[in-house]
Design a protein around this ligand. Sequence first.
Ligand code: MN
Length: 318
Amino acid sequence: MSNLDPHPDEVDLVDEPVAPDRGAPGPLAGRRVALGQGTEVRRYLPTRRRATVGAWCFMDAYGPDDVSGGPGMRVGPHPHTGLQTATWLQAGAVVHHDSLGNVGTIEPGQLNLMTAGSGVAHAEVSGTPHPRWLSGVQLWVALPAGARRVPPAVAHHPDLGRADLGPVTATVLVGELGGARSPAAVYSALVGAELAVGSGRAGVPLDPGFEHAALVLSGQVRLGDRPAGAGDAWYLGRGERRLVVEGDPSGVVLLLGGEPFTDPLVMWWNFVGGSDEEVRAAREDWEAGRRFGEVAGPGAGERMTAPPLPPGRLVVRR
Ligand code: MN
């Protein structure tokens, strides 16, 4: 997935008032963003007020969409730097093509984790034919300064650990939860898990050194004392040891968390960098056909052009 906004903001705008307490729990309002033709996503991160939850720096959710009458997802070749992309589906299938030569299908329950590091390009498209329904999340993890330029890598994890937490079953995408650990390689203290709520009430153990957020993917649930339905997201704050979850048996919640991210961070379009210069250089290299390589085809779609940079320097968030 790509940020297709033709005029993407850098994350922290200079005229944006600073939230009185970034650590205070509260709703994460999703805004609707058009992705190409016919696909709309709900974007929860970044917002002008909050760029990250742990190192999670981008959270889009889409669907369920009936894609039987159209091409489905068409996100053509585009570059990334300085981050990892995590693709996680609830329904349907997406074909991933990348500039390391990989082509593979991602299905529900399988984590596709691409480490962009110094630079990689990929495309995510529906196959022909494809399943009727498409639903999923696209997440980015900012790499810390010491790992921002690691060599690119792509990993597909079809078998993830599960933790039985009473009525809640947690599938651990990243990090560790309730004794289950993900095989996915990450570069900061981080957790990501999908919670199938079941009937009843369960305490989900949290790392008190982390901040957390939760997004309801389906059903009606309670997150602590907050009622929440499909599409609702909450920033849960820092220092919590437990999240009490209850709901109907169709309830599914995505839990994300990590140590608060404190390294210099510039996010613009599909790039994460540590400075204005780094992001400008990445854009120039993509436009000049350098660094990122060719996305394996056929069927990857049309190569994207980087949007124009905004006037002035990109703002570094610390
Ligand atoms: Mn992408």
